[in-house]
Ligand binder design. Structure first.
Ligand code: KIV
Length: 268
């Protein structure tokens, strides 16, 4: 079993070599399992607002929430590269605030790197955090913290002008010193163009196979929500059915007096 995880420079150096695999996690139990499965990095995404907290979007997630879940995930990992998401308003106000908040995710929660959304407008924050020695993963395209500006969760960069802006944004993030870039919800040809034009790996979600790696929200790939079926999502299991099945068998056996039996009881 592998015992040394990727560092940020090693993650970056995988561009054009082996594809990178990233999943989200929010607690120690799932973190341990995804590490055992051999992912390259674990992201404590602000998607926790939806899949853990039951919100409609990520905007209500706070730094304290991400600190808490990053500590939980760090406790379940022995070596895997750990990235913590920077929530809405923790990096937009000023580069100094971005650095202070990124620093807390590293110092208090054990993150190896942080991720933040936005292209050219986030470049000063990225530069400041990177200068202080904290690796930053960028995130452009359908950036969920801008959902109200987009008018919903819509694929971005569909027309030529928007596509050109996204290419510029990706270049700005790379030039600011990010070691990788998430591309979310953009057309395949645009993902291919960005991937071949920037020197850092692109990690796609809803951005086709033309990226240097892929990321999925763990609960989505496990099939925990019957009602969440976007085009980009492949469910590798139907855990929602299996969880309901296991818990209802437990309920039935308790009602029937079958559980606990002698094998699951202490003697005497
Ligand atoms: O919050 C999140 O989980 C993310 C990934 C989907 C990239 O940002």
């Amino acid at each position: 079993m592998k015992t040394a995880g990727l560092t940020a420079p090693e993650f970056r150096a995988r561009k054009g070599a082996e594809k990178l695999v990233v999943v989200t996690a929010y607690d120690a139990t799932f973190a341990r399992l995804v590490e055992q499965a051999g992912v390259d990095a674990v992201l404590v995404g602000d998607s926790l607002g939806m899949v853990v907290q039951g919100r409609r979007d990520t905007l209500g997630v706070t730094l304290d929430h991400v600190l808490y879940h990053t500590r939980c995930v760090a406790a379940g990992l022995s070596h895997t590269h750990l990235i913590a998401d920077m929530p809405f308003l923790t990096y937009q106000v000023s580069p100094e605030e971005a650095l202070r908040n990124a620093g807390r995710l590293v110092q208090e929660a054990g993150a190896h790197a942080v991720k933040l959304e936005g292209g050219a407008r986030s470049a000063p924050a990225i530069r400041r955090v990177v200068e202080a020695g904290i690796p930053v993963m960028g995130h452009v395209g359908l950036t969920p913290q801008s959902v109200h500006q987009f008018g919903g969760y819509r694929v971005q960069g569909r027309d030529e002008a928007a596509a050109r802006r996204l290419v510029e944004d990706a270049l700005a993030v790379a030039e600011a010193g990010a070691y990788a870039l998430v591309l979310e919800g953009i057309p395949a040809p645009l993902a291919a163009e960005i991937t071949s034009n920037i020197p850092i790996p692109t990690i796609g979600i809803g951005a086709s196979a033309h990226c240097d790696g892929q990321v999925l929200v763990l609960y989505d790939l496990l099939g925990m929500d019957d009602d969440f079926n976007p085009k980009f999502l492949k469910k590798y299991d139907r855990l929602s059915e299996r969880i309901r099945g296991a818990v209802s068998r437990f309920r039935d056996e308790v009602h029937a007096g079958v559980f606990p039996d002698k094998d699951h009881s202490f003697g005497g």
